[in-house]
Design a protein around this ligand. Sequence first.
Ligand SMILES: O=C(O)C(=O)C[C@]1(C(=O)O)C=C[C@@H](O)C=C1
Length: 98
Amino acid sequence: MTPDQKRAAEILAGHRESIDRLDAILIYTLGERFKHTQAVGQLKAEHALPPSDPAREAQQIDRLTDLANRADLDPKFAKEFLNFIISEVIQHHKKHQE
Ligand SMILES: O=C(O)C(=O)C[C@]1(C(=O)O)C=C[C@@H](O)C=C1
């Protein structure tokens, strides 16, 4: 390994350490989010409320688009990511109501 490659390997290791830390934050954050949506699912099932709320989702997308722009994140990606999570939540809500 050349000295240049050794330096590159050290920089790569530093980035990977940050990536692993941020991945852990994402997973714990998602776990917390699902705890709240599980409670929402229970509430909706108990009160015969519809599993999905398109008006609320539109507000969330607007807010996330704004946040993504500020965070230098592709807003299209942020929207697809939120939609992916929300569709999983809606499936859970539907199971609660069965
Ligand atoms: O806020 C709600 O009513 C939820 O059920 C939570 C949630 C979400 O995951 O954020 C999921 C489904 C709805 O369509 C909107 C939002």
